[in-house]
Write a protein that binds this ligand. Sequence first.
Ligand code: KIV
Ligand code: ZN
Length: 385
Amino acid sequence: MGNRVFVFDTTLRDGEQVPGCQLNTDEKIQVAKALEALGVDIIEAGFPISSPGDFNSVVEISKAVSNPVICALTRAKEMDIDSAVQALKYAKRKRIHTGIGSSDVHIQYKLRSTREQILEQGVAAVKYAKKYVEDIEFFCEDAGRADIEFLAKMVEAVIAAGATVVNIPDTTGYTLPWQFGERMKYLVDHVKNLDKAILSAHCHNDLGLATANAISGLANGARQVECTINGIGERAGNTSLEEVVMIIKSHPGLGLETGINTKKLYETSQLVSRLMKMPVQPNKAVVGKNAFAHSSGIHQDGFLKHRENYEIIDPSDVGADASSIVLTARSGRAALSHRLLNLGYSVSKEDLDVVYKNFLDMADKKKQVEDEDLRVLMKEIEMTK
Ligand code: KIV
Ligand code: ZN
């Protein structure tokens, strides 16, 4: 098994399903071009049969983007596949992503069918799609809760029918990281024709475990990860692309690599946030406003002595602004004198004691002390001399 992980971005499909995050075709093209520059391997551009607008977006993205594979989602139905084939007409490299429910709860209560019929429908969909497109991904929806033996049977059957990638989604975000990893390992150990396809991890974040589950899936044999920028997606979202990529980069011991240009992560995150009108939470890993901001005295002192005391990612590696020291009532003398030095004030120890006391009085009143405030404090000291 190679160590290259293929990054499948579904910001424009699973991400765009979020209420209020819909984009027009021009905006989707902007995102698709940014994803291409970022180096994603596959862009899931939409679900063509779902609306004329989505169909058109898949057509236009296929024309606008050359390097990544362009993927279109379908249900396991011929009419969906026909629509996807048409929408992908201009794609230089194309993939159809078809599939069906694999858990008993989906089979019984959503599809009102039986395991046998579902297996047959899935296999038929792959065979039908394969007549038009070589690269076929099959999703076993709700694989996180499926009976594992039935799941293995489904994976083997769709590979035999021509699937090149089999997606193992934890659709409801239910599994624990080691359980998701065990599922992946079970498939690796039991699916006989797995040399003809790769497994993909598609995890949702209902319990805040999407990234952990995706990493566990990769550590146990998946070689594609499905993710979105900023982790946006249905309900609590999907695995966040920037998190999974930076975990792989920060942990060489995993023995994995991606083709992502990490220096473009921050600007891509900002673009998606702005176009989708979906703010990035300040404490979001890797791309949040506070991801490289240090505010407590102990951390600031340690950070100023040696960056790696409190930072495991260099902000320039993800294209973010340099780390910042935020001056608040929790800051210490080290941070204050560092900022004063940056502003051109070299203060004696005695003066620092006075400024620090005045600084704390001010910081208790204001939430954050800015450079302008420090200049005022320094003027007061100079006037008392
Ligand atoms: O979460 C899911 O199961 C999906 C499939 C359509 C791949 O998004
Ligand atoms: Zn999903």
